[in-house]
Structure formats: C-alpha cells, structure tokens
Design a protein around this ligand. Structure first.
Ligand code: TXE
Length: 477
C-alpha cells in the first residue's frame, strides 16, 4: 500500500487534497499490465488507434467541467486551466497530419551492391514513461503521451505531486474508453515514485527542473534507456535599435507574465538597445503596474498565485540578491500573501547585471530585469551568456533583421517580433540547448518518430560473398 500524501491549495495555502503515492510494487505491477496490453494496441491499424483516441477526446469533453475545476484548484487560475482541457483534439489533429509520413516504412537499395534491397521496419518502444511538472499539469502530462500512443506504445505517467487533483476526473474520462484504459496509467506520487517508474519503462519523457532532470538522465543512463529531458530556461529578449519600444514592451510583458511566469517559455531577462532604453522601461513599468491579480475573484484579473510554494522563496531570494548588488525595483518586488495564496505582481528591475541570480538562474515568476546594450554584438553576447538555451525573443524593425540576429542565439525556439511563440505553435521542431534539455524535439514530426526503434531488413537477391573474398594471398589491391 502506498504512502499517504497531501497537496497544497495555491489560493488558500491549505493542504486540502489527500492522495496515495504509488509505491514501488504498485509501479511494477502497473507497468507489467501496461506492457502486457501493448502488443494488441500496437497491432491495431493506425486509423483504429486514432479512432480510439478521438473517443478519448470526446470523453474529455464530456468531463471537461470536472477536469477544468480540478486543474483550476491545482493551479489557482481559471482560463489556463480550462484551456488545458481543450488541448487533446488539436494535438491529435497535428499528429494525424504527421503520422502517414513518419510511420511509412521506407525501402531502398544498396548503392555499392544493387542485389541488396532494404526495408525500414518501425518498432514502437513497448512502454514509455512520462514524468511531468506542476506548471501545466494536464498539458505536460499528455504532450508526450499522445504521440507515444499514436506510435503504438503503452504509457505510464507520473504527474507532479504538487498538482495531483486533475488525475481523478481525467481517469474517469479514460475509463470510458476501455481500449485506451489498458495502455495508459497514472501513478501518483513524488520523486520516489518517479524513480521507480524509470526502472520499469523503455523510454522516459521528462519535463521539470535541471536539477531533477540530471538525476532522471543519470538513472536512465544506468537503466540504458533513452531520455528526452525538457528542462528549465532563462529566456532572453533582445530589443534592437530599429524596434518599436512600445510594441516590444507590451508584447514582452505578456510573454513574461503569462501563467504568472510559470512557463518554460517565459521570458526572464531583457536586453534593450541604449537608444530605446528609456521609452522601453517607461512603457514596461507603466503597463506592468496595470496588470491585476486574479484575487479575490479567480474569474477576474490576469496574474494568479504561485503554484509551487517554494517558488515564492526562490523569487524573493533572487530579488533580494539583485537589490543587494545594486538593482533598482521600478514596480512590484514583493511576495504578498493574500487569502493564504502567494502572489507576486509583475516586477521590473533595472541597474541589473550578470553578477545577479536574477539574470543567471531560472526565476519562474513574473519578474522583468532589464539591461541596456550599445552594440549588437554586445547584446548577442549578453543573451548567449547563460547556462540555459530553451527559448528567446528578438524585436527588430524588420523580420529579416530579426531573423539574422535570431540565427546567432543559442536557444531552441526563437520568436521574432513576438514572444513565447512555442506556447502557441507546435509544428516547428526544436532542440533545447545547453542545460535546458537533451533528446530530440518533442514538436513536429520528430516528436512522433522518437517513439520508434528503426530496423534495417536487408534482402540479398544475388550471391552472398564467398569466404575466399578474405583470402590473404589475393593480388594486392
Ligand atoms: O520540478 P521537478 P518541479 C523548474 C522551476 C521549478 C523547478 C521545480 O524552476 O521551480 O523546476 O519544479 C519528479 N526521479 N520547472 O518541482 O522537481 C517530480 O515528482 C524521477 C521548469 O515541478 O523537476 C515531478 O513529477 N522523478 C519546468 C517531476 O519530477 C522525479 C516546469 C518534476 O519535478 C525525481 C516545471 C527523481 N529523482 C518546473 N525527483 C519547465 N521547463 O517547464 C522529482 N521527480
């Protein structure tokens, strides 16, 4: 029997949700059942798997209100919680577009020996493990699960112990599709449950912090299984001399404050050409001051509470460190406890530099430190001066100028004349740079192809080589 656990309500601070963590025996038994059901799932024609997954999307819609309410309680916000419940069908439509090309078994012929022809057989990994974080609980639990199911894998999901409430209503939707219920299982729990999962699966998709991602990656290496790690970031924005400072400030504020800054694609540091610095900062501070909290009414405002209580301490520590080293707080800057929830208003800092944690460590909050630069090379150097390389943004007078700078940035997803576009479009493939992750792209056709091992079936229609071909006394070549 697993360990009892409790989850904190981000709006009240109360530990008001109890659940049981799956222990190692639960994980072993559950994964064995998933593995036993996988061959039948993989043997279904692709169209039949899609038809079953469409029925899952229908079931999620029937349970949308309960799932959205649970996600809203998990995360302390309403609109984004509701939007997470609407992501299944668009995701299936995207994977349906890629599947024919990705799943096609290609054939070919040896150039050197024409009598040898080959076929590429695709074999899905039998059991995929998904370990997901708290910032978009359902979206980040399903973002890798859905393509894995399309590929013919079974999937074991270990969601974050910080946001467990959505699993119960989602499981009710899954249970209405029996063919699917046998190949997908949730295992509630913390790091111990996650660590147990790694021992029983054939591939891991992980989203979370660098520190934990490193542990997961090491455990996967020991278990000799592939690991796809989507980790933290410290996403920079560059505002060039040719940009419109008002448009840039308004857009970058949205891209930094989205989900209270608790999104991997949130922008966390801002570099502005000196010629635009004053008007940019003035506009940013003016608009940041206007952004309302969704307190006391969750159906009003924009910025919700911090989901992860520890994050409030991290943010406060980083702001204190910056101020101690000379930063100026232009607005915000305080962690407020309202109704038991922890809130931070959009906070603009100036007089910052790369000696400060606020410019080098992931903050994961609505904090906007701004630096000026004088030359483009200096701006690019500052943007690239990071151990992370997840996403970035460039504002310029033209897309051509912006793209030229984007090509110089060491990050996987770069928005030009916008911000955080990887949260809006999923077709372009991207890799994480540096500590922001390893493994192939979770987006685009590669996001589906990664769930297959490829086999080369080589057919010899001519005469196999005789052993004499290796005789030492042959005429010297
Ligand atoms: O991530 P964790 P959390 C960053 C953000 C945040 C920090 C912690 O800075 O403050 O990560 O967030 C499971 N073996 N991001 O706690 O700790 C754990 O139970 C196997 C950025 O969510 O990495 C949870 O399900 N699993 C990120 C999952 O790993 C283990 C989004 C993530 O936990 C484990 C979220 C272990 N040893 C947070 N230890 C992004 N880039 O989107 C823990 N887990």
């Amino acid at each position: 029997m697993g360990r009892p656990m409790k989850a904190r309500n981000p709006r009240t601070g109360a530990l008001d949700y109890e659940f049981t963590a799956a222990d190692e025996a639960d994980v072993a038994a559950g994964c064995e059942a998933l593995r036993a059901a996988q061959p039948t799932w993989a043997a279904r024609p692709l169209e039949e798997r899609f038809e079953i997954l469409e029925r899952f999307a229908d079931a999620v819609e029937r349970h949308q209100a309960d799932i959205a309410q649970a996600l809203s309680t998990d995360t302390g916000r309403w609109l984004l919680a509701a939007s997470e419940t609407r992501g299944v069908r668009p995701a299936l439509e995207r994977w349906r577009r890629y599947a024919p090309e990705v799943l096609a078994e290609t054939r070919g012929q040896s150039q050197a020996i024409p009598s040898i022809r080959f076929t590429q057989q695709l074999v899905p990994y039998p059991l995929v493990g998904v370990i997901s974080p708290w910032n978009f609980p359902m979206l980040l639990s399903l973002i890798d699960t859905l393509p894995a199911l399309v590929a013919g894998c079974s999937v074991a999901i270990k969601p974050s112990e910080v946001t467990p409430r959505f699993v119960e209503p989602l499981q009710r939707a899954i249970d209405e599709v029996p063919e699917l219920a046998s190949v997908i299982s949730f295992f509630q729990g913390d790091g111990r449950t996650g660590a147990a999962l790694i021992e029983h699966v054939d591939l891991i998709c992980f989203t979370g912090s660098v520190a934990t991602g490193r542990k997961v990656g090491e455990a996967c290496a020991r278990a000799f299984i592939p690991a796809f790690l989507e980790l933290g970031g410290k996403d920079p924005a560059l505002v060039l001399a040719s940009a419109d400072p008002v448009k840039a400030a308004d857009t970058l504020l949205r891209a930094s404050v989205l989900a209270t800054g608790q999104a991997c694609q949130s922008l966390e540091r801002f570099y502005v050409h000196e010629s635009l610095y004053e008007p940019f900062v003035a506009r940013l501070v003016e608009k940041a001051r206007e952004v309302p909290l969704n307190y006391p009414d969750i159906h009003k405002g924009i910025v919700g509470p911090l989901i992860f209580a520890r994050q409030a301490e991290i943010i406060a520590e980083q702001i204190a460190d910056a101020v101690a080293k000379g930063a100026t707080i232009r607005c915000g800057g305080e962690v407020e406890t309202l109704g038991g929830g922890k809130y931070v208003r959009p906070t603009v800092l100036t007089e910052v530099d790369h000696q400060m944690q606020i410019m080098t460590e992931e903050t994961f909050g609505p904090i906007l430190p701004v630096m000026k630069f004088s030359s483009l090379d200096e701006g690019v150097r500052l943007a690239n001066d990071s151990k992370y390389g997840l996403s970035a943004s460039v504002f310029a007078g033209s897309l051509e100028e912006g793209e030229a700078v984007a090509r110089r940035l060491q990050a996987g997803g770069i928005s030009v004349n916008d911000g955080s576009l990887t949260g809006q479009m999923f077709e372009a493939e991207k890799h994480s740079f540096k500590l922001s992750g390893i493994g192939g792209s979770r987006m685009g056709p590669a996001g589906l192809a990664r769930f297959f091992r490829k086999k080369a079936l080589m057919m010899q229609s001519g005469q196999p080589l005789p052993i004499e071909v290796f005789a030492e006394d042959q005429a010297r070549a």
